[in-house]
Design a protein around this ligand. Structure first.
Ligand code: GLU
Length: 471
């Protein structure tokens, strides 16, 4: 199904700043971004900061940072919902004038009693003030409620779910303005989406019920209802709702665990959407293929093995300088101070070991050996391998290597083989000891790789250290 619209598409992401950015929000942002890019439209950001206690500057920054890290930056500066409260109130005035809203003076106790009654009768709560002309001068505390249609149906035409029918008698007259004049969520969303020119509301399907209420508000205001697309939630690998026990949930945690943003985009795109069996695809391909109408309605499951596979692919593809810089930052975070030379060494090492890294943390582990400071602490096992015979042999190898011109795996590898042949032994006779001398027992590539990563001077110094008597 193609949903190529006939007017320029404007999508948005409307997160509430809560202190972290959920992976589901990231996926919603991605789908909105992809759809806007696919249709040549706009992707906007609105910060739903009406909860003044939670919406700190830091919490807002987390969203900006999360989107920037994911590479999903909006096309216009963010709109802040709380700053628009007067516009929300104006819309309520409009609804009052149109007879589509009313002042409700029910007390807390009265609401509770009506709620009980409504539940018993299987209907939504109704206020007695719905049909009563309030005295404009009545200043007792009151809320303003939406006056929804008592009968009939509201159909949400959803691009993902298909048409979803709601019986109006089951939708209560929701509060638009609280007694302190604060606008409520459903009102604010409608007014903001309308003012921002949003054509497509693409969000989590936990908001599907709200879409029915919001549709009614649009209609009452005489505004065009946007196209809805409610995305299935992301579940854990076991199919249950994603929770802490499934591991990371916040975008920042994925970043800290060493996932690359392009891998996240690729992986998240496949949570609820896909292009045949294609597992790896570029942004450009995703943009050209993505249609929100192709999103499936069943919940998607987070699959760590797939994410790791995709991340490994992008680690293998990434620019070496970029990877090395990120890995250097991780090493510094682990307490090392890196010199310019260390950074060069890292750059030499990354291409030799990255195939085996599923995350940047693993890449940091795989490159750690080059940053060990001499003399290396050799594990017992390594010391045991350094018999007199092996020491003598490594000494001869060091001499051979000293005069060696080309210090790169392609040259070192045959040189080591030739040395073993000349000694009349297999590489197994001295290889493990050499490796330990070079790496201190940390993960390292093969011998030629380890030598080439360390460079001539450091390699020979480490061999020399291992052969020198210990204090
Ligand atoms: N602020 C809402 C949330 O974070 C999203 C509202 C919407 O997308 O309409 O769940």
């Amino acid at each position: 199904m193609s949903s190529m619209p006939d007017r320029p598409v404007v999508t948005r992401i409307a997160p509430s700043p809560t202190g972290s950015m959920h992976i589901g929000t990231a996926r919603t942002a991605l789908f909105n971004w992809l759809y806007a890019r696919h249709t040549g439209g706009q992707f906007l950001l609105r910060i739903e900061d009406t909860d003044r206690e939670r919406s700190t500057e830091d919490a807002v920054q987390v969203i900006f940072d999360g989107l920037a890290w994911l590479g999903l930056e909006p096309d216009s500066p963010a709109v802040f919902q709380a700053a628009r409260a007067d516009l929300h109130r104006q819309a309520v005035d409009d609804l009052l004038t149109r007879g589509a809203a009313y002042r409700c003076y029910m007390t807390v106790d009265e609401v509770a009693a009506e709620r009980e009654k409504a539940r018993a009768e299987g209907r939504a709560i109704r206020s007695p003030w719905r049909e009563r002309a309030a005295d404009a001068g009545d200043n007792r505390p009151h809320v303003i409620r939406f006056k929804g249609p008592a009968d009939g149906e509201t159909i949400v035409q959803d691009l993902v779910k298909g048409p979803v029918t709601f019986r109006n008698r089951e939708l209560d007259d929701l509060i638009l303005l609280r007694s302190d004049g604060a606008p409520t969520y459903n009102l604010a969303v409608v007014v903001d989406d309308h003012d921002m020119g949003i054509t497509h509301v693409i969000r989590g399907d936990d908001h599907l019920n709200n879409a029915a209420r919001q549709t009614l508000i649009y209609q009452a205001l005489g505004w065009e209802v946007p196209t809805w697309a409610h995305l299935p939630l992301i579940h854990g690998p076991d199919g249950s709702k994603l929770s802490k026990r499934h591991g990371a949930q916040a975008v920042g945690e994925f970043a800290e665990m060493g996932y690359l943003p392009e891998a996240m985009r690729n992986y998240l795109a496949r949570l609820g959407w896909g292009h045949g069996d294609d597992e790896i695809f570029s942004d450009a391909q995703a943009i050209s293929w993505f249609d929100v109408a192709d999103v499936v309605s069943a919940p998607a499951r987070l699959d760590w093995a797939k994410l790791n596979h995709i991340n490994n692919h992008y680690i293998r593809q990434a620019e070496v300088v970029r990877l090395s810089t990120m890995v250097a930052t991780l090493h510094e975070g682990r307490g090392l101070t890196l010199s310019a030379e260390d950074r060069e060494t890292l750059q030499r090492t990354v291409p030799l070991v990255r195939d085996g890294a599923k995350t940047l943390l693993e890449l940091a582990d795989l490159t750690a050996f080059v940053l060990h400071r001499r003399p290396l602490e050799l594990p017992e096992k390594a010391l045991a391998m350094l018999t007199d015979e092996t020491r003598a042999r490594l000494g001869r190898l060091a001499t051979a290597l000293t005069g060696f011109a080309e210090w790169a795996p392609a040259h070192l590898e045959p040189a080591i083989r030739a040395f073993a042949e000349a000694e009349g032994v297999g590489i197994g006779k001295f290889g493990p000891a050499l490796r330990a001398a070079l790496s201190g027992g940390s993960p390292a590539p093969d011998l030629a790789g380890a030598l080439s990563a360390l460079g001539r001077t450091e390699s020979l110094a480490r061999i020399d250290d291992a052969l020198s008597p210990r204090a």
